[in-house]
Write a new protein. Structure first.
Length: 122
């Protein structure tokens, strides 16, 4: 009697462990699905989209801004990642930002009013 109760308890524990594993796996999959790889690299200047590239492009381009074209950010797209290689802005926060590749990720250069963002695209 006691022995079979004990077995039952172990069985229930195993089922519980199984359920928890399944739930965490499902949660992980949902998380992975929502962090989708983006398809497009969009460059906005002053809140207006100016350029758009495919994330699969190999691009190294200068984004020139400022009243007299005095500001420069060098955008690189390589290996499905986008990053700012160099910039003339004073804080260099955009240069220090790690490469972005996931849908919704952004690199902002506040002094130059540039936003590089990854979008899902088509
Ligand atoms: Zn910057």
């Amino acid at each position: 009697m006691l022995k079979s109760d004990g077995l039952k308890k172990v069985k229930n524990d195993l089922i519980l462990v199984g359920v928890i594993c399944t739930l965490s796996l499902v949660g992980f999959l949902i998380f992975k699905l929502t962090m989708k790889d983006g398809n497009r690299v969009s460059v906005s200047i002053n809140g207006e989209e100016k350029y758009s590239y495919s994330i699969t492009d190999n691009v190294e381009t200068d984004i020139i801004t400022g009243n007299n074209g005095e500001n420069n950010n060098t955008l690189v797209i390589k290996d499905r990642k986008a990053y700012i290689k160099s910039a003339t802005c004073p804080d260099k926060i955009c240069v220090g930002h790690r490469p972005i590749s996931k849908d919704g990720e952004t690199i902002v250069c506040l002094p130059h009013k540039i936003v590089v963002s990854i979008t899902e695209g088509k």
